[in-house]
Write a protein that binds this ligand. Structure first.
Ligand SMILES: Nc1nc2c(c(=O)[nH]1)N[C@H]1C(S)=C(S)[C@@H](COP(=O)(O)O)O[C@H]1N2
Ligand SMILES: [Mo]
Length: 161
């Protein structure tokens, strides 16, 4: 079946990559509803998010050691893409955590909805699949409990209000 050791190793590597993948690219991980262009809730996958321009934020956070590189979509681009017209995002996480984010924050601070941390998709066990990341190191005023509490991880759904 396998013609060489190299082929066996490639097959094993492919299997490991598959097993460690937190979500498949097409799995629905985010649902957005409320004041958006669509009357029905919009279900999104990692692939849908990656179709938007990527944005990287490198920052320290209260929850990570040293500088961490987060990659995701600019949150303002995402809500523009969905034709959002509200003033507040009500963000709900898989662990039933819930936070309210003023839409004004998104553009003002360049908040991202991150799907990767240090180049890897984030497993649910490590704040994935989606994490609201404020660029804390760009703005010292962000380093307080107000913005920490808006930094929801394990994000599952967003209602635009
Ligand atoms: N999904 C999720 N995100 C969350 C939280 C949570 O419990 N679940 N707590 C929030 C609050 S209120 C703050 S201050 C920080 C708390 O992080 P800590 O519990 O690691 O201190 O993360 C925020 N994001
Ligand atoms: Mo908090």
């Amino acid at each position: 079946m396998f013609k060489s050791v190299r082929m066996v190793l490639a097959a094993v590597a492919a299997g490991l990559v598959f097993m460690s993948a937190p979500v498949s690219a097409s799995e629905v991980i985010l649902t957005v509803d409320g004041k958006i262009a669509s009357a029905a809730p919009v279900d999104m996958s990692i692939a849908d998010l990656e179709a938007l321009a990527p944005r990287t934020v490198v920052t320290k956070t209260p929850w990570h050691e040293g500088d961490t590189t987060f990659e995701g979509v600019l949150f303002a681009d995402l809500i523009d893409h969905l034709g959002a017209s509200g003033e507040t995002l009500s963000v709900a996480a898989l662990n039933n955590y819930y936070s309210e984010i003023p839409v004004e924050d998104l553009r003002r601070f360049g908040v991202i909805l991150a799907y990767k941390q240090d180049g890897e998709y984030m497993p649910v066990s490590d704040k994935g699949p989606l994490f609201v990341v404020y660029p804390f190191d760009e703005n010292p005023e962000l380093k307080n409990e107000v913005y920490y509490s808006r930094s929801a991880w394990q994000v599952r759904s967003i209602t635009v209000e």
